[in-house]
Every structure is written in C-alpha cells, then in structure tokens.
Design a protein around this ligand. Sequence first.
Ligand code: NAD
Length: 520
Amino acid sequence: GGLPRFANFPPSDFTIEAERAAYPEAIARVRGVMGKEVPLFINGQEVRTGDHLDSYNPADPSEIIGSVCQAGVAEADDAIAAASEAYLSWRDVPAEERAEVLLKAARYLKDNIHDLSAMQILEVGKQWDQAQADVAEAIDFLEYYAREMIRLGNPRRMGRAPGEMSQLFYQGKGVAAVIAPWNFPLAISVGMVSAAIVSGCPVVYKPAGISSCVGYGLVEMWKAAGLPDGVFNYIPGRGSVIGDHIVEHPDVSVIAFTGSMEVGLRIQEKAARVQPGQQQCKRVIAEMGGKNATIIDDDADLDEAVLGVLYAAFGFQGQKCSACSRVIVLDAVYDRFVERLTEAARSVKLGPSENPANYMGPVVDKAARENVLRYVKIAEEEGNVLVKREVSDDLKATGGCYVPLTIVDGITREHRIAREEVFGPVLAVMRAKDMNDAIDIANSTRFALTGAIYSRSPANLELAYKQFRVGNLYLNKPSVGALVERHAFGGFKMSGVGSKSGGPDYLLQFLDPRLVCENT
Ligand code: NAD
C-alpha cells in the first residue's frame, strides 16, 4: 500500500516561541466568533429547533460558548431515517474510499489544531497541552482506523479445499448511534464516529451537552472531508429526552457509548429488548468508569512517582476515566512518599486553564462542582485530610467552577472514597503492608480500567503484570495519556464491554462477517 506506517501525532513543543504564541491568538479568534446559535446537522442540512441549551466557560459561566439547538424525538427520528437511507449505498463503497475520507478529515484537524484546541480550553476548561493532546488523539484515531479498514477490507480466502473457493469479508452492521462524554470531547467522539463510518455504518452522533460546541467540530470536519449526506448526523440533545429513544429505536444496529457506568448499564439493558419492527440484534460497545490505583513500591523512584501521581490524579482536574484516584503505598516508604506528595500538591498553581501557569483549573460545570464537593465532604468524613487547597477569594469572585484539590489518607477498601468514581481532583491514599497486599487492594473495586505501579524491583513488576488485573497497566509511568495503537485503551468488569479503542479489534465490533463459498 501507499500509506506510510501509522505514527502518533506529536505533542506541542512549547519551547518553540511560535507554538506558545499560537494559543492566545487562537483563543482570541475563537472568542470572536463564539456565542452563536448552534444548529443540528441532519442529512447534510442545518436544522434549528426551539429548544436551546447554553454551553458556558467553566472558568467564567457568564461567558456563553454557544446556544445549542436541542434535538427532540422528531429530530432524532429524522436523523436515524437519513442514516438508514445512507446505509444502503455507504456500506458498498469500497473500504479504501471510505478510508480516504478519514484521511481527509485528519488533514482538516491538523490544519485547524490551534482553533480546535482553543475551543476546548474555553468550553471544558482544558489546559493548553491537554487540549492539544485531545485533538492529536482525534487525528490518530482517523489515521489508525483508516489503515485498519484497509487491512480488513480485502476478502480473505478460507482453506484450500480443491473444487471450492471460499472467501470471508466484512460489511457494516447498520446505523450506529454514538453517545459521547464531554471529557475527551473531540478525541472520543471522533474515535467512535470514525470507526463506525469507515466500517460502513452511518452515524447519529449525540455529544454530551456540556461539550456540544466542540462536538460541532465534527460537522465541519466531515464537510471538509467530503463525506456524503446522511452518513454523519449531529443531534445534540438531552440524554433524558432522546437517550432511551435512540437506544431503543428499531433501526439502530450499533450503540457506541462512552460515559458513566450508570448510563452504560442502562443502555445495555434497553438495547437487549427487541422492539417491534426490529430486524437485528443490537451490538453495544460501552466504555465506562474507573477507580484507578497507583501502587508505590518501597524501592520506587520517588521523584518520578510523585510527579506521575500528581499528574494522573489532578491533570485536567482529575476528570479522566484513567485518572488515579487511589494511591496505594507500601508501609516502608509511606511517610516519605506522602510527605513529598503533599508538599508537591500544596505548591501547584490553581486558576483558569487559559493561563498556562496554572496546573489545575475549574471542573467542567456547576453540576460537576456540586458533585465533587459532595465527595470532598465524604473524603473528609472517612479519612484524614492531608491537603485541601481551599478555593481563593479571587477565584471565587470569578464565579468559576473551582473545587479544592483534596488528598486524604487513612482510607481502606471499604470506604466509599475507595470504591466510587468521583471524577474530580480527590485522591485517596491507602497503606499496604507488602506488594501482595497492595495488589489485593488495587483489585478490590468493581472497576478494571487503568492502573500503575512505580517499582525498581523486577519481581514486583512481574507480579503486577500478572496479578494487577486492569485493562491498561503502566509500569513506572502515569496511568493517563493513552496513545492510539501504542496504548490501545479500554477496561473490563464494570469499566466496560467492548474491545480496545485505538486497537486492532475495535472495528470488528461495527462489522458483520460474510462468507461466500463457490463450487468451482
Ligand atoms: P454520562 O454517562 O453522564 O454521559 C455520557 C453520555 O450519555 C452523554 O452524551 C449523555 O447525554 C448521555 N446520556 C445520558 N443519559 C442517557 C440515556 N438514558 N440514554 C442514552 N444516553 C444518555 O458521562 P459523562 O459525565 O459525559 O462522562 C464521564 C464518565 O465517562 C466517567 O464515568 C468516565 O469514567 C467515563 N469515561 C470512560 C471512558 C472509557 O474509555 N472507559 C472514557 C472517558 C470517559
């Protein structure tokens, strides 16, 4: 093939003056055009509705990013009808041509990476590097899935029996409903959507309400890539109004969901029940939450471990499914590690993510702030507070959605703060007597998404490899920042069903295999 081997899009290099200058310029540019009505996009047409939801800047809720038209049941039905119609031709477009559209979409993202990053900085409060990494991951998904579909696109001869020619090949399953979270607002959306589209499945895409303006970026991207009408439909809308309806619709064949365990379990239950007129069994891909642990061995490099845990726990305010929310420390190194971690956590700067001097910014919206504050209280009741960075009066005066960075210890596996996903900057420190105990604690939740261990002991790294049972385990690295292909991503147990995104099995979930055998 003519395509170069897949490689990850590089992170920003902020030592380059032009790269540093690009961000304030892009933020100003996006500010200049934002705040407008955002339409739906169905069958190649903009559609406006009377119901709007304002998306705001979490660092300053008076700043409106967009007034987003909300789809109701009628618009969801229109989008599914358009996708069903488009399916009849899109499924038979050769795999290479479908892949070509993804490569054009990747080109569009590369050409607009600063403005797309700026939109995330303003709409969900990502730091510059976090926003850039999200756009880079979106590019990676497009480049990777394009190559994967080309790989899978050629019919495969099965067996060598004389007198017969038997071939196995794939076709797209049908209409895919993509239901996305807000925390990786471009990357996860583009990943799920592009996997469906390249597999031959037209999409109805429902972004999370909080990140619908970033989600609108997919409309512009597919337009630029020349995708035929009806293959991609954008229907922001309230989960409570159209969520169940889309999931239960008889013409939806695949549901690709990423989000909380509660919603993921509900979707699996609803999708299992066959509706009148339904012609196929629905396939559900559900990537859900985590309660991820990092283990600190008694011989760990503490410089690395402290920085790694700090970043994994508080990067993007702890709002990553892969975030570290439990740090399990071996008794022999406990006091030394905890002292250095708390010292580091007391020194980081808090404030708007727009300013790159700030390590931690606001959580994503007012509801998230309330939720995190509830968990801070639970953490204070259950444990012993090591760090609570109260929100300063200056920050309070901005009205931004700030919460205290919080670390507690004295936590054991029975505590709620050791079991429930907070999705915010709250870290529980737990003491283990030895490595077996640490791994046992790490495995004690119903989630199995990510994990990390800092150790210099080959035997303990080997033990973790075998016994620390999570979807993505990192040895002497933070548990966050998964890259497409190199760190194909996803968990099991209550962290999800489905094969790893950005990995070699992912597209198969959108495909039905067919076999044709000819008597020759
Ligand atoms: P969420 O579950 O609240 O919402 C996700 C999406 O589901 C949104 O688009 C929402 O509108 C929609 N929804 C709500 N009710 C629905 C219903 N009844 N039917 C259908 N859809 C409905 O999650 P969130 O707050 O957007 O994201 C945070 C969660 O996502 C965390 O739990 C995090 O761990 C998880 N997450 C997991 C991964 C992963 O790869 N495993 C990645 C990112 C985020």
